[in-house]
Design a protein around this ligand. Structure first.
Ligand SMILES: Nc1nc2c(c(=O)[nH]1)N[C@@H](CN(C=O)c1ccc(C(=O)N[C@@H](CCC(=O)O)C(=O)O)cc1)CN2
Ligand code: MG
Length: 289
């Protein structure tokens, strides 16, 4: 699409995701021939409709690839100790290679305690502090799914990272911090911005690659982006029943070079990289047939 002198390229997350799932299918088949069925266990607490929908998608995607998938739906009032007991049980279940607790959790449950209960060998979200530390020092670990998906999108669209100015909006443990580390490992010059950052526009306008992960619908406007920049939109906000990213797509489309749409950009990659991590975990199992 040629717009305003810049050739706009829309990064297709569904297509990249499908290609990776085809490769994963081969690995899953090979594991099954050895008698190992990759197994994912997802725990969801309460009835948040968006969380329920993501969990259903994860279950469906795993089953479609012939994996074992189980969903534990717990009442919103479940006690923290009951949840921790379930995780303990799954940590000791040899048919389960990945355990994931869907976030957010209700206020009465300590998210940190829950994440730290998951065995580091089954922590397919990569949220356990030991796995997060391994990512920090560049050791092999489970890379958190959304940032890992972003890296795959950048690579599959041949977007150069080395020496480039990257600006990350948001400093969450799930997206902002890990994507900053991953892009730093690829030799980008990374700046992390957040709610207390001053002169935000001046910083974002310097970015060759701008990652928006702040959870504010349509926050990034044309006057915040450099001409020809790559814009990665991690936002999944609901406005009047419709999905909106953190980037105002209509406003920036004549300025940017590459952009991930919402839906159909980063979102589909999250589930694919979760399957990737579960298969990676299953591949570490010794023995089989
Ligand atoms: N334990 C975790 N909790 C949460 C994570 C996570 O990685 N681990 N991430 C998000 C939610 N999430 C997966 O859990 C997720 C978000 C979005 C999508 C997705 O496919 N989005 C689609 C649109 C879907 C829709 O219409 O709602 C897209 O962007 O195209 C998948 C998974 C928070 N919690
Ligand atoms: Mg923030």
């Amino acid at each position: 699409m040629k717009l305003g002198g810049v050739n706009l390229q829309i990064i297709n997350g569904r297509e990249v995701s499908n290609n990776i799932r085809e490769d994963l299918q081969i690995k899953i088949n090979e594991l099954k021939e050895k008698g190992i069925v990759p197994g994912l266990s997802v725990i969801i607490v309460g009835e948040n409709p968006a969380s329920q929908s993501y969990v259903r998608s994860k279950d469906k995607a795993c089953k479609k690839l012939g994996m074992k998938s189980e969903v534990h739906s717990l009442d919103k009032d479940v006690s923290e100790s009951e949840l921790l007991d379930l995780i303990e049980k799954l940590n000791n279940d040899d048919t389960i290679h990945g355990i994931l607790v869907q976030l957010p959790l209700p206020a009465h449950i300590d998210e940190k305690k829950v994440i730290e209960k998951i065995s580091i060998e089954k922590d397919v979200d990569g949220f356990h502090p030991i796995n997060a530390g391994k990512l920090l020092v560049g050791e092999d670990t489970f890379i958190p799914c959304t940032p890992h998906g972003i890296i795959k999108l950048i690579e599959s669209n041949d977007i150069d990272v080395e020496g480039k100015r990257v600006v990350v909006l948001g400093r969450s443990n799930i997206v902002g911090k890990p994507i900053s580390l991953l892009l730093l490992q690829k030799n980008a010059t990374v700046t992390i911005c957040h709610s207390r950052t001053k002169n935000l526009k001046e910083i974002t306008k310097e970015a060759d690659i701008l990652v928006a992960a702040i959870g504010k619908a349509n926050f990034v406007k044309r006057d915040m982006v450099k001409k020809g920049a790559t814009v990665i939109d991690v936002g999944i906000n609901r406005v009047d029943g419709k999905l909106a990213g953190d980037v105002d797509f209509e406003d920036v489309k004549e300025t940017v070079g590459h952009i991930t749409p919402v839906p159909g950009g980063v979102g589909p990659m999250t589930i694919t990289m979760l399957i990737y991590n579960t298969v990676k975990s299953a591949m570490k199992v010794k023995g089989g047939k």
